[in-house]
Design a protein around this ligand. Sequence first.
Ligand SMILES: Nc1ncnc2c1ncn2[C@@H]1O[C@H](COP(=O)(O)OP(=O)(O)OP(=O)(O)O)[C@@H](O)[C@H]1O
Length: 696
Amino acid sequence: MRVRDVMSPHVITLRPAMTLSEAADLLRQGSLDGAAVVDGENRLIGIVTKTHFVREMAYGPTPNRTIGEIMTTDVYTLQESETISRLQQNSNIFRFGLFPVVNHQNQPVGYLTRTELIKYLSDHSLYLAEELKAVLNSAYNGIVVTNAEGVITLFNPAAEAITGLDASKVVGQMAEQVIPNTGMQRVLETGVMEVNQQQTIQNSHILSNRSPIFKDNKLLGAVAIFQDITELQAVADELETVKKLKSTLESILESGFECVVVVDTQGKITMLNQAYCDFLGKDSKQVIGMHVADVIENTRMHIVAQSGKAEIAAMQRIGDNNVVVTRMPIIKDGEIVGAVGKVLFRDVKDLKSLVRKFNNLQSELEYYKEELRKVQGGKHTFESIIGGSEKIAWLKAIGAKAAKGSSTVLILGESGTGKELFAHAIHTNSPRRNEPFIKVNCAAVPENLLESELFGYDDGAFTGARKGGKPGKFELANGGTIFLDEIGDMTLSMQAKLLRVLQEREIERVGSTKTLKIDVRVVAATNCDLEQMIEQGEFRQDLYYRLNIISLHIPPLRERREDIPQLCISLLQKINNRTPHDVEGVSPDAMNYLLGYDWPGNVRELENVLERAVNFMDDDQFILPEHLPPVIKKQYRQRETTDSVKDLAGIRFDAEKQAIVKAIEAAGGNKSQAAKILGIHRSGFYQKLRKYHIDP
Ligand SMILES: Nc1ncnc2c1ncn2[C@@H]1O[C@H](COP(=O)(O)OP(=O)(O)OP(=O)(O)O)[C@@H](O)[C@H]1O
């Protein structure tokens, strides 16, 4: 809308030379608010308002004064093409009472009074009075006004600051184009007020109230009054988080089974959760503010709240219970502000049951580890062979060397000395460690099945044979190690077959004519005296030579008693892991018994004796003599007696043993030679070696 569209065309023009009384007649005729003063070429040079004129006429010295003398040149002229919307931005124009409107030659073509202008603007563009505008400009809240079309007509400085938009650029624009997410257009459409609406503009969080503006039931536009609540929102969010955290903590403390108490520096209770209240049989409302010592028996919470020293897993007697508690000082900004206490176990029994559960899990774990190792191959290494004795150390060194190659190893020794352990260690230490380790107990497999067990069988090899045949242990061990335990128990015919396999390095499944090349390292073990068996025609000499390429003779435990304490430690650990006990060791008295016993069952027997003792123990931490089997104590006592009064048999025993040892030394370890020196038969000599447990 332009000025010319709203101007009044009744313009009175006056000349500067005109007298006041001449002009008065003219003005009276037109009942105008004022007049434009023009020069000779009709160009606007000033104005005279009605007020000016009346005042001059009333108080001026003479009516003969000219218009030129009273006219004001402080004139705001409006160009007829000027837009109304631009005018409304210029609050300065309201200083003027009359606005002559001129054409491009500065000739007056009409005028507008201030009242008219304001009225017009109020009617059409919601232009607000200057004073009101000043109020709006100084408001803290952002205020945006649009006309009925949604064009912004007011954008106050607070709105500029909040939105980051420049009023001069947005006034006259459609609100929905310049203000993201504005709801003003919606308000204009619905005519319904929207309060407490939240929106985000330029990273600012805004809370806005929008209202339609009605006048005489006609929608004139909309006003939005809003406020930046970003900081407020942040504080509110923080508060909300803190509130949530507090309620979470409270519910954790309240719903938990654990007993928790908090005291201040004076030792006064500030919090006692429901679990603790239930445990003590107290009411939380009554105990808050009371001194902790008056509420909880034998407490030290008030001491910790003073000393600042934490007490972890301390025992405390509460009623009939021995509870395990932890007391921690609460430190804030380097200062003790109180203490928090927690009952870890309401009774030591709970702790024990936990330990038991843990041990059970531990032994389950060990079991599965063992199983895994079994699947993967050898389960022990040389490190798992316990014993610091010279003999064991030497055997481990030889075994480790032997492991590197692929020669057959023969392990000899009494039952329970650890032969199988060595066989595993050899495999685990060998380049074949990632290949299978297959054990065959030759004594355990019935004679008629041993062949198919070792070499497998083909489809239909015998009645009941599995369809498709079955691979034998040699085939399964291909690439790895086969451990032939109790080889001394193999029949002669099987020995012959085994010998062939060892020589040819190939096998033939039972019922098949095909041969199969195999690459298997053989480790054999026995507790039999193979040399004696050879003499008695029970073991093939040629097989013995095949097997005996590297031989390890594991001494019985009685010949390395110094290993017993170390073995006890290791075996007890093993036992603790698989039983619910936690035994710390063997008492010195019990150890004396163990050291004095001959251990015919060797390490296996020692392990059994320890496990039996552990099962006999109550709350003891160390195995005592009373936990040991009578046979051990009996032998110990016999030995004591024998040691003090040696009878003839004893003297003879010692002398004969010494003579044999000397003969072996003289023969340089050659047994036949030694037998000759002693003048006895070889078989008799072997018997004596066994009797005296001598290993040449
Ligand atoms: N030096 C050792 N260190 C740790 N444990 C050992 C040792 N020697 C033997 N054992 C343990 O003693 C038990 C018997 O060992 P192993 O089976 O190896 O003996 P073995 O001589 O092969 O017995 P058998 O001739 O009866 O088959 C096993 O539980 C084994 O772990």
